[in-house]
Design a protein around this ligand. Sequence first.
Ligand SMILES: [Zn+2]
Length: 160
Amino acid sequence: MTGDKKAGALDAMLARGAAVQAYLDQDEYWINRQREKVLIVHMDPEWRYNASRMMERNAARMADLYNWGDLGFLSRFPMGEMAQDGFESAMDSRDHDPAAWIRTTRLYQALVAGLPYKRKKLAQLAERAAHFSTCPRRTGAILAPCRCATIGAAMNRTTS
Ligand SMILES: [Zn+2]
């Protein structure tokens, strides 16, 4: 690789890192599979649950990109040793336990806000969320049975 190409690849990582930071540090929108922004207030609990689980599965990659964002920030704004130590320990803890870290991000917090936290209701939500991808009410599929009502009967009684 030539020096220019190396610099280009580095710049690309720093740019991706900055973009991931901007995304995780906000609490208004989710980016769906079609790469469209969806307002979180328009997402139902099953969708928000699935989105939060997806963030947990991708936590290690997100932590890595977020750290690239920090590196870019440090390279643009050189700072004193103590402030730099703060950044480095934050990067270390992201690397060490990405799943714990991702749950502290604003985006994750916004997705799980108001979701049930008691085990039984959360299990019902998880089951309905798993049904999400085949649910005919959501996908328009004619042959798949909709199990939303049976899965969520108990939950619906308490939330409606
Ligand atoms: Zn359904």
